[in-house]
Design a protein around this ligand. Sequence first.
Ligand SMILES: [Zn+2]
Length: 244
Amino acid sequence: MYHGLARPDAVRAADRRYAVAPEAFAAQLEVLGEAGLAGWTGTEAVAQDGGGVGITFDDGCASDVLEAAPRLHAAGCGATFFVVTSWVGRPRHVSVGGLRELDAAGFELGIHSRTHAPLSTLSPAALRNEVAGAKAELEDWLGHEVAHLSCPGGRWSPAVARAAAEAGLRTVCTSDPGVVTPSGDRFRLPRQVVLRTTSPGAFAALCRGAVPWPRRARHHALRWTRDALGEHRYRRARAVLPGR
Ligand SMILES: [Zn+2]
């Protein structure tokens, strides 16, 4: 799971943790190739049993087209790009034309909601708007079906999975660390986040399916804090902490 690709000096401090440098991303694709692993779209990843990794990008950053796609293409890798439909066309984000370019180049597109709302906290009507509404918008731009959702902020719940299924989606990605298996729940797919600080060695370990325990511990600690504080207070607390 990637977000935007950018050099650290080119992004806001709050986004720096997730901004992998384009050169580091290219080096990671080389690591993948040297390990004999393929780079897949989400659809390809859930259909296979080992031999590669699914590559995803959240948020619909302009770098999807400018930085990620050319490097993926050169490395012969697929990927799925999840866009926030209300952010499309905004500064630093992908345009409708850019989405069509990615689509025409054979990459997969999915939704990351309409407004980046924390889906697990929404009323049924608001949830439907964020999921089915975003799906309809992206399908309108692309002229074909869209089948994949990734949860903003990793906020998954059974209601989110149900809303996705009712909207006709076929997969839902979370931000829970783990490995995709053929028998796993397609409406609750785990992903491994790649950060600016992820070293080549750590990246290689992720590609082998290792789930680093500090990350697992951090994930569970954050989830526990969120459950204990409630969504609103949790977001205020995280806003003042380093590493958003
Ligand atoms: Zn996001």
